[in-house]
Ligand binder design. Structure first.
Ligand SMILES: NC(=O)c1ccc[n+]([C@@H]2O[C@H](COP(=O)([O-])OP(=O)(O)OC[C@H]3O[C@@H](n4cnc5c(N)ncnc54)[C@H](OP(=O)(O)O)[C@@H]3O)[C@@H](O)[C@H]2O)c1
Length: 269
């Protein structure tokens, strides 16, 4: 697959490395355009791909154009690429908050896949939720699915509004998890554990529990009940969380992220 990357930063590199590792493209089929010369040199040396500082040059003859720049650079990139893409080229954007409407009017292009990835994609453990415009062909959708499958799991949705929900759940989700880990390490230290020991215990507990949900095929509530003997220590902790409104706080947090995502998308229209 002939691919161009516009932006070869953290996410661009993660996708590039996964695409090459899975043999979806060969290095000679990939071009990366990045504004930073140091970045270009690094990517050229490490992956053997063609690099350029010229976005228009990078997209020439490419089947898929991946937009992996920061949202604040989107306007300048669209100003340069607008009207330059061939109508059958597929644009795949991972830019947070950039709506299909913004992308298609800025690029004057209608074959667009919009993706909400998350940061674990950087190690191939991402969760990407994506949608496509009606002009994207079945073959192009399959390509998008295989690119996103290379950086973790992917879910296709047929309505862009689901991306605001995904933003609040899987996009922002890693931060909720990291905060929970921080809080548990903090709490462990407060009852006398060393930070190093606490960090190791917490992390392995989180990872092990996540894998248990996945591998046991049981629902989280069922697994939770299995840890919680009546009148025991876990029950005491869960009672304290319940009294503090844990479930309702999480609901409020997700709602706040969802509303924010919707309002950001709305502002761009
Ligand atoms: N990081 C994640 O896991 C994650 C998760 C969800 C969504 N996303 C989305 O992914 C996108 C990329 O994030 P990132 O973390 O990979 O950002 P990043 O590391 O800053 O990468 C962007 C790259 O694009 C370059 N660039 C800036 N302006 C350019 C231009 N006009 N033409 C070509 N290249 C240009 C940047 O160079 P300079 O550094 O020199 O400006 C940088 O190397 C963002 O839109 C973000 O919303 C990321």
């Amino acid at each position: 697959m002939k691919i161009a990357f516009i932006g070869g930063g953290n996410m661009g590199e993660a996708m590039l490395s996964a695409i090459l590792a899975q043999g979806l493209s060969q290095p000679q089929d990939v071009s990366v355009s990045d504004i930073s010369e140091a970045r270009r040199k690094y990517l050229e040396e490490k992956y053997g791909v063609a690099v350029t500082g010229d976005n228009r040059l990078a997209v020439e003859g490419r089947e898929v154009v991946i937009l992996a720049i920061k949202p604040q650079n989107l306007a300048e990139v669209m100003a340069g690429l607008g009207g330059q893409l061939k109508s059958d080229q597929l644009v795949l954007s991972i830019i947070a908050g950039a709506t299909i409407r913004t992308l298609s009017s800025g690029l004057q292009h209608n074959r667009i896949v919009r993706v909400m990835p998350n940061t674990p994609a950087q190690i191939g453990e991402g969760m990407s939720v994506w949608t496509a415009t009606p002009e994207v062909s079945k073959e192009q959708r399959d390509r998008a699915g295989s690119i996103l499958g290379a950086i973790g799991r992917e879910i296709y949705v047929d309505d862009e509004s689901y991306l605001d929900m995904a933003t609040a759940v899987s996009g922002s989700g890693p931060a909720y998890f990291f905060l929970f880990v921080e809080a548990l390490v903090e709490a462990a230290a407060s009852i006398g554990l060393s930070r190093d020991m606490a960090q190791e215990m917490v992390l392995q507990t989180m990872l092990g529990s996540g894998h248990l949900i996945q591998k046991s095929g049981k629902q989280p509530a069922e697994l939770r009940r299995m840890v919680t003997s009546p009148g025991g220590t876990t029950a005491e902790a869960l009672l304290a969380l319940d009294k503090g409104g844990f479930m309702s706080l999480i609901r409020q947090a997700v709602k706040a992220a969802y509303n924010k995502s919707r309002s950001l998308g709305g502002e761009q229209k």
